[in-house]
Unconditional design. Structure first.
Length: 532
């Protein structure tokens, strides 16, 4: 997102989940939200046993597999047990990695051969590497595997933009309260659409709002300046885990994690040299490598190794016959930000290799719905400074230019291969909206109609709606946005989206939601259509 961050100036909880949440919170008691500042050592650490006070989380869950994450407070062996019941009768044991300083004491264990369409209960135990009989208190979590048959249906949420523009964990408003609203809906998974942290956004202890009220932030050493070192990036990824809402959510809802710019620095692109005086490290590629490593340590992502130095962010997460989620990386392979008026642009925002991969995987997909999880919107003009463009649309409503050329190629491919059920989901712009794209309104006409839905932020400043670019014929059917820039979460709701795919009819219902339970907009899409 191009806005400059501030400097230091209705469903109930499902049966059977209660004990899971109690276990997660018991292990996290030392990080209780009202405590401002660094977390105290958990009680179990006093006994010399490993502690997992940062909770657990699962990621990239499919029909028969998933990833489970934990962080220890000292060297430990990660042990995971899974069961069909909360009693852990007939539990299956998985021996995970040795957790140490090389990964900031984090680790991920892959679980394979799980039953499809079932509730999986898991518990993570940390064992002393020299004496496996010395273990910490188990931390509990749960998730549902994707159904092998379509009759069960799929429901998930998406949003992004967490702790941005100077708005951190505020105990006075219940912390990162949007996560509790989302948890109560009990989705199958959560798609985090980027800007999962703001490594370039330091937090001040207090911020005075326009109406005179005072916003209070929980602060940490790593959030006192822009992140440059690996330790500072790690601290930024740890920061949301200080919040009880986030830990409770993570114990119940698996995540598909995506990154965008603020995981590194605002509006970055490969090869960029910073002019921002706050940074002593000016080489963005160096910063991105450190951020990528920290990202891989703090999120369970299937394509990234523990070091984050190899592998890739873009991937397909297959969620049974109803849904494939194509997680795009519009950051790592893009060309430099510019006015975006090039008549020939093969790199674009995805890069040639990722575009070829996306075409190939879309052609292979047999899922009813293909969600294109984009970390940036398509037809919204997102500027970078006075002249450059940060996203795709550059404000010229005519024929495709710059990065639009690559998107035009993709949309043409989808039409001519008659690929059905494509829907674009994104966040980034800090408001919520629905755009319908139609060639009858467009300068570029060789594509089938499609929808793009925007939601966010989860815990960041709200911003006015961006201008539309007419190249692909967007019609803003719905929008909910503040009228001024950087409105705090104390003054405006936060936003997330819900997608519900019916197992019988295959219909996809998209709802744009505000915190507090309000459904702002609903759209029902029919399956099996090239465009609608």
């Amino acid at each position: 997102m191009s806005q400059t961050p501030l400097s230091s100036s209705s469903c109930g909880q499902p049966p059977g989940r209660r004990s899971v949440l109690r276990g997660s919170l018991a292990a996290s008691a030392a990080l209780a939200l009202p405590t401002v500042g660094a977390a105290a050592a958990p009680a179990q650490a006093l006994s010399g046993r490993p502690g997992a006070a940062w909770g657990v989380q699962a990621g990239d869950v499919s029909t028969n597999s998933g990833l489970v994450w934990v962080r220890s407070d000292r060297p430990a062996r990660m042990i995971v047990e899974t069961s069909a019941t909360e009693s852990f009768r007939n539990a299956r044991r998985w021996h995970g990695p040795l957790l140490g300083p090389g990964t900031d004491f984090t680790g991920t264990t892959p679980l394979r051969g799980l039953p499809a369409g079932e509730q999986i209960h898991y518990r993570v135990t940390l064992a002393d590497p020299d004496d496996h009989r010395r273990t910490g208190e188990p931390v509990l979590g749960t998730f549902r595997t994707a159904p092998a048959r379509r009759r069960s249906g799929v429901r998930f949420l998406w949003s992004g933009d967490v702790v941005g523009q100077g708005w951190g964990i505020n105990p006075d408003i219940g912390g990162l309260y949007a996560y509790e609203d989302m948890r109560r809906l009990d989705p199958d998974f959560f798609l985090c659409s980027g800007d999962s942290i703001y490594a370039d956004g330091p937090l001040s202890p207090t911020v005075t709002l326009p109406d005179g009220r005072v916003w209070r932030n929980v602060t940490t050493e790593e959030k006192s300046k822009v992140a440059e070192t690996l330790a500072e990036y790690r601290g930024n990824f740890r920061y949301p885990l200080l919040d009880e809402n986030v830990r409770r959510f993570n114990a119940q809802v698996p995540t598909i994690a995506q990154w965008d710019d603020h995981e590194v620095v605002n509006n970055w692109y490969p090869g960029e040299i910073l002019t921002d005086a706050r940074y002593t490290v000016k080489d963005v590629d160096t910063l991105a490598a450190r951020a990528r490593r920290a990202f891989s340590e703090y999120y369970p992502v299937s394509t990234l190794p523990a070091t984050g130095e190899e592998g890739r962010m873009h991937r397909v997460v297959r969620h049974g016959p109803l849904l494939d989620v194509f997680v795009l990386d519009m950051r790592s392979h893009r060309n430099a930000n510019s006015p975006g008026r090039q008549a020939d642009d093969t790199t674009g925002i995805l890069g040639a290799e990722q575009l070829a991969w996306l075409k190939r995987e879309l052609s292979r997909s047999r899922a009813v719905w293909k969600v294109l999880a984009a970390d940036m919107p398509l037809g919204l003009v997102v500027p970078d400074g006075a002249t450059d463009i940060e996203a795709i649309a550059q404000g010229d409503p005519g024929a495709p230019l710059g990065r639009e050329l690559q998107i035009a190629e993709l949309l043409r491919f989808v039409k001519h291969r008659r690929i059905t059920g494509t829907v674009w989901l994104t966040a980034d712009v800090h408001y919520t909206s629905a755009q319908h794209y139609d060639p009858s309104r467009a300068a570029f006409k060789d594509f089938a109609p499609f929808w793009e839905f925007v939601s966010g932020p989860l815990a960041a400043g709200g911003f006015p709606a961006n201008a539309l670019d007419g190249t692909f014929g967007p019609d803003r059917v719905f929008v909910k946005a503040p009228t001024r820039a950087n409105v705090s979460p104390m003054e405006t709701p936060q936003y997330f989206g819900e997608v519900d795919i019916d197992g019988g009819s295959g219909e996809m219902t998209v709802r744009l939601r505000a915190t507090g339970g309000e459904v702002l907009f609903t759209k029902v899409l029919q399956p099996g259509r090239v465009g609608q």
